[in-house]
Design a binder for this molecule. Sequence first.
Ligand SMILES: O=C(O)CCC(=O)C(=O)O
Ligand SMILES: [Fe+2]
Length: 173
Amino acid sequence: EGYEEPRLTCWFGELPYTYARSTMDANTQWHPLLLTLRGAVQQASGCSFNSLLCNLYRNCHDSIGWHSDDEASLGNKPTIASLSLGDTRVFSLRKQPAPEENGDYTYVERIRVPLSHGTLLLMDEATQDDWQHQVGKEYHDRGPRINLTFRTIFPEPEGHRPGTKLRFTPNLP
Ligand SMILES: O=C(O)CCC(=O)C(=O)O
Ligand SMILES: [Fe+2]
């Protein structure tokens, strides 16, 4: 069940990770440089991480759409540390609308953060409950950017469908 993501990804961790429509197989072959970077990120954040999702945005056309990292395997209120390398891209956040907005994001609060080379962004507490984020396509040339998102993955309970979202969003009419 493959589908094209508009960016390249790879995964390191003892457990597989299922998100959106793809499953990343477990991969314990951490490159030594990535272990060094994990150490530095753990030092800087005071948190520990057992997994890493890497994204390569090749140029201005590569992107990641609006989402929250709220799969059950990340646990409640996950801390995710995101290290940016290479060209600057804009990281956008938009607040989840109140239920009476029926999924309409027109009037929600928005934040745009340019993530330049060497920037460490931490998402924690209720960030994934209250906000969505994306790195949108850009309309001027961008060089390659690598984003390393360090996470902690927990084993999913028996009989749990991989990739299950914690947030329950009813399909409103
Ligand atoms: O590239 C980024 O800064 C964000 C990546 C992201 O949101 C993710 O991998 O879940
Ligand atoms: Fe994300």
